[in-house]
Design a protein around this ligand. Structure first.
Ligand code: PEP
Ligand code: MG
Length: 324
C-alpha cells in the first residue's frame, strides 16, 4: 500500500469523472516546504506562522519572517502559497507576556490580538509583502467573525505598504487577502465577506469545535467531535455555495480534508481544493482518483439531510464503498 501511495506522487488528482481536485500542503515550519513540494503538493494551502514563535519570548523580526516566508514561496514557484497571519492564543502558543485567560478559545487570540497590536501585526504584514515579490504569496486571516476585521486588516496592510514604500523597500502591495471560515458566524454570514476577500478557506478543526461547543483538544470529548454532524456539513455547504457563486476559490484546510470519508463528503459538497499535511497528500489523492463528483454529490446531499453525524457517516461510507 505504501508503494502504491508513493507511485501517486507524479499523478494528477483527477476524479473518475474527470474533475481536478487541487491538493495543497499544510506547512508549520519553513523547513517543511521542500518536502511538501516533493510529495506533489500544488502549493501551500495553509502555513501556520505561529510556529515561528514556538519556544520564544519575543516575536521574530521582520527580516527573520521575510526569510522564512520567502523560503516557502520559493519552494513553490508559480503555485499559490497561502500564509496565515499569527493565530496565537487559545491552544496556540501563548507568547511570553500575553495574559492568561480563563477561556482562551473564546479569548484574545488570532486576528483579534493582531488588530489590537497593530505595530506587531504590521511587522508581519511587511515581511509578507516583501516575500510576495518572490512568488504567488497570499495572506489569510484566522478566526474572523466579521468583515470589519478584514477591512481593518486591509487598512493596516495599506499602512504597512506605505511604510515600505517610504523606505524604498521592495514589496508587493496588492497581495490577495483571504479569510479562514472557522467560526459559525463567518460561515452563516459568509455572504457579507465575499466582496472584501480574494478567497475562502474552511478551517474545520475550529469550525467543528465552535459549532458543536466541543473542545478540540479534550480527550474526553473525542467521540463527540464529529465533523460529519449535519450542522457542520450545512455550514460547509453554505460557505462553498456562496463562495463559488461569488467567484471565489473555497478550500478546506482542516484535518477533515485528510480523512477519506470526510474528504469524500467535502468533494460531494462541491469543494475542489483540499489542503492537508504533506504526508497525507497521496492518501487523499488515492480517494480522489477512485470517486466521481456526481456520486459524491448525491451522497453529500443525503448526508446533509441526515439527523445525526452517525447517520451521515453511514450514508457516506456506504456510497464510498460502492465507488472504491
Ligand atoms: C482549523 O481550525 O481547521 C485550521 C486549519 O487551523 P488550526 O488547526 O491551525 O486552528
Ligand atoms: Mg483554526
Amino acid at each position: 500500500a505504501q508503494k502504491e501511495l508513493a507511485g501517486l506522487v507524479g499523478k494528477e488528482a483527477l476524479t473518475s469523472d474527470g474533475v481536478h481536485i487541487t491538493l495543497r500542503a499544510n506547512v508549520d515550519l519553513p523547513e517543511e516546504a521542500g518536502a511538501a513540494a516533493s510529495h506533489g503538493a500544488e502549493g501551500v494551502g495553509l502555513m501556520r506562522t505561529e510556529f515561528l514563535v514556538v519556544g520564544r519570548t519575543a516575536m521574530p523580526t521582520e527580516d527573520e519572517q521575510y526569510r522564512a516566508y520567502r523560503k516557502v514561496v520559493e519552494a513553490f514557484k508559480d503555485q499559490p502559497v497561502v500564509i496565515r497571519t499569527y493565530d496565537v492564543g487559545g491552544d496556540k502558543l501563548p507568547v511570553g507576556g500575553f495574559p492568561h485567560e480563563p477561556n482562551p478559545f473564546l479569548g484574545w487570540r488570532a486576528i483579534r490580538m493582531c488588530l489590537d497590536e497593530p505595530e506587531l501585526f504590521k511587522v508581519q504584514l511587511k515581511a509578507l509583502m516583501r516575500a510576495a515579490v518572490h512568488g504567488d504569496l497570499q495572506i489569510m486571516l484566522p478566526l474572523v467573525v466579521s468583515v470589519e476585521e478584514v477591512r481593518q486588516a486591509r487598512y493596516l496592510l495599506e499602512d504597512a505598504a506605505a511604510e515600505l514604500r517610504a523606505k524604498g523597500v521592495e514589496h508587493r502591495a496588492d497581495v490577495p487577502l483571504g479569510v479562514m471560515v472557522e467560526t459559525p458566524a463567518a460561515a452563516v454570514s459568509v455572504d457579507s465577506f465575499v466582496k472584501d476577500v480574494s478567497f475562502l478557506s474552511i478551517g474545520t478543526n475550529d469550525l467543528v469545535q465552535y459549532t458543536l461547543a466541543v473542545d478540540r483538544g479534550n480527550a474526553s470529548l473525542v467521540t463527540r467531535f464529529t465533523p460529519l454532524h449535519p450542522a457542520v456539513l450545512r455550514l460547509i455547504a453554505r460557505t462553498v455555495e456562496v463562495g463559488h457563486a461569488a467567484g471565489l476559490s473555497v478550500s478546506v484546510c482542516g484535518e477533515m480534508a485528510s480523512q477519506p470519508l470526510m474528504a469524500y463528503a467535502l468533494i460531494g459538497l462541491g469543494v475542489r481544493q483540499l489542503s492537508v499535511a504533506a504526508v497525507g497528500i497521496s492518501a487523499v489523492k488515492r480517494i480522489v482518483r477512485g470517486v466521481s463528483t456526481e456520486r459524491a454529490a448525491a451522497a453529500a446531499q443525503a448526508a446533509l439531510a441526515a439527523a445525526t453525524a452517525r447517520e451521515a457517516a453511514d450514508i457516506l461510507r456506504h456510497a464510498l464503498r460502492a465507488e472504491l
